[in-house]
Design a protein around this ligand. Structure first.
Ligand code: ADP
Ligand code: MG
Length: 569
């Protein structure tokens, strides 16, 4: 057996732990959810592996999560018979967190400067996960044995910078985590109280797909022959006895498989929180049973708040894939395009092969078909939203949607119809491209836009003078991503999208006389500005100003150049 070794936590883990331990923390009970969710993940992995290597699990296939408390020893224990971990895995997964999420988490906290309030929203979003146990524990002992391994591992830490790790004998596969609870502070819940734990599990982990079992003390009526009675037959003494019984605390409902009208709003809200780890309410629920050549259940939620890391490439997708209620994978990028990765939900497709790998999924015709239908459903949901609600969505996820324009050729037009812009005439309100077209002047051929950093400076840009003079409306584009939108959305419903700052706007032709009249001046200016500009021309663009800088038709906009410079290109 190996020696007991002591290791130092990586710097970022130490930082994180210090933060967790020293934070004012209002929602301590969340550690229960985090540990149950890890146990459930571990069982998911076990069941998945069981498909191909059943022998590894044949000793124990009654998958479950058990909780136990000990008020005397002040401990809380959680046990699962999931996949377990090898020594290396414990070191990799628990001893160090190289997870990008954590770095992002620290970064966001630094930025927000609210280092003393670690909200449940943050914990959920960043998956502080396992470490949340240090909110309530001053020592944690984790014992685990991986499926197929003959030795187990014990990991212990007080969260103060180091942890110890050693090999142990362990007969059962899976993981047991024991928390040695801190002295409770005022108004703290008692996490060694069975009733309290029961309540917390129901609240945060009701939809976990495996039974969360606890051996609870219950009162049971005494059998008739054990009740002591007086001579009139009246019971004297107890008619109930205390017994201990295993109870499943969670309902384990697969609500996606239930008929649509039998799922309550409350259930949706809770299930949404369960799968997304978010704390907002879903803005829209999409619940469908697709029937046809193949059948499958779909439950999708459009969140009401964008996560802080919406645009981080390492961010996980929100879709989970199930087959006959058996979890196959989360972060299922094959079910929706990247730009819709914020949608949270479940697809349960009974006809899928359970042994699918991600590589196979991409090629799978059924999956491609499902994806097409999911995208359609998301779009129709957005299209049918009432305008106010849609605006709420657009303010949070508009930028994500825009990323679909250059990347999803098939749906470009449909996404374009969902875009909203403020314009030179809309007085701060959003306008759709269709509304814009409806408002076009009789002699106006094209859709005009201008990109830049803020609405105010765009409104007052000298580049718009001639368009304003013609009373043409101009879309004001202030998202950096609009640059990519305009590069690939060159047309909408047969109208060209034209930059108000590039090239000759073609609103009025400059006649040759005028060009000749100024030719001497132009060549003088061109000579002077040679190293700075490509050309100097006479333009109709300006009405009040003397001159302005503009791009040529095919060049970059000024704002785009600025973005690229800022990103070091
Ligand atoms: P996350 O669950 O988001 O990955 P956590 O901090 O909650 O982050 O857990 C870190 C990692 O530790 C998990 O990804 C998993 O590899 C491992 N782990 C935690 N708990 C268990 C468990 N009960 N069984 C097996 N592995 C576990
Ligand atoms: Mg976790």
């Amino acid at each position: 057996m190996g020696e007991k070794q002591t290791h130092q936590f990586k710097t970022e883990v130490q930082q994180l732990l210090r933060l967790i331990i020293n934070s004012l923390y209002s929602n301590k009970e969340i550690f229960v959810r985090e540990l149950i969710s890890n146990a459930s993940d571990a069982i998911d992995k076990a069941r998945f592996k069981e498909q191909t290597e059943p022998d590894l699990f044949s000793d124990d296939t009654d998958f479950q999560i058990r909780l136990a408390v000990d008020p005397e020893k002040k401990t809380f224990t959680i046990t699962d018979n999931g996949i377990g971990m090898t020594l290396d895995e414990v070191n990799d997964n628990i001893g160090t967190i190289a997870k990008s999420g954590t770095a992002a988490f620290m970064e966001a906290l630094e930025k927000s400067k609210k280092e003393t309030t670690l909200t449940p929203e943050l914990i959920g979003q960043f998956g502080v996960g396992f470490y949340s146990a240090f909110i309530v524990a001053d020592k944690i002992c984790l014992e685990t044995r991986a499926a197929g391994a003959d030795k187990g591992v014990r990991w212990e830490s007080d969260g103060q910078g180091t942890y110890s790790i050693e090999e142990i004998d362990k007969t059962e596969r899976g993981t047991t985590i024991t928390l040695y609870l801190k002295e409770p502070e005022e108004d703290d819940q008692d996490f060694t109280d069975e009733y309290t734990i029961q309540h917390i599990v129901k609240k945060h982990s009701d939809f976990v797909t495996y039974p969360v079992i606890m051996n609870l003390e219950k009162s049971e009526p005494l059998p008739e022959n054990e009740i002591i009675k007086d001579k009139d037959g009246k019971p004297i003494g107890d008619t109930f006895k205390k017994v201990r019984k295993d109870e499943t605390l969670n309902s384990m409902k697969a609500i996606w498989a239930q008929p649509k009208d039998e799922v309550t709003e409350q259930e949706h809200e809770e299930f949404y929180k369960h799968i997304s780890h978010n704390w907002d309410k879903p803005l829209a629920v999409i619940h469908n049973k697709f029937e046809g050549v193949t059948e499958y259940d779909v439950l999708m939620y459009i969140p009401s708040k964008a996560p802080f890391d919406l645009f981080r490439p390492e961010r996980k997708h929100g879709m989970q894939l199930y087959c006959k209620r058996v979890f196959i994978m989360d972060d299922c990028k094959e079910l929706l395009p990247d730009y819709l990765g914020f949608v949270q939900g479940v697809v349960d497709a009974p006809d899928l092969n359970l042994n699918v790998s991600r590589e196979i999924l991409q090629e799978d015709r059924l999956v491609r078909n499902i994806r097409k239908n999911l995208v359609k459903r998301v779009f129709s949901t957005l299209e049918e939203m009432d305008p106010e609600k849609y605006e709420e969505f657009y303010n949070e996820f508009g930028q994500a949607l825009k990323a679909g324009i250059p990347t999803d050729f098939t749906n470009k037009e449909r996404i374009a119809a969902l875009l909203r812009y403020k314009t030179t005439k809309s007085e701060g309100k959003y306008v759709t491209l269709d509304q814009y077209i409806g408002n076009m002047k009789e002699d106006q051929k094209d859709i005009y836009y201008i990109t830049g950093e803020n609405l105010n400076s765009l409104m007052n840009s000298p580049l718009l003078e001639s368009l304003k003079a013609k009373d043409y409306e101009v879309l004001l584009m202030v998202d950096p991503i609009d640059e990519w939108v305009t590069q690939s959305l060159t047309e909408y419903k047969d109208k060209k999208l034209k930059s108000a700052e590039k090239g000759d706007l073609d609103v009025e032709k400059v006649d040759d006389d005028k060009k000749n009249e100024y030719s001497a001046l132009l060549s003088f200016l061109k000579g002077k500005l040679e190293s700075h500009v490509k050309d100097v021309v006479v333009s109709n663009r300006l009405k009040d100003s003397v001159s302005c800088l503009s791009g040529d038709d095919w060049g970059m906009s000024a704002y785009m150049e600025k973005i690229l410079k800022a990103s070091g290109q």
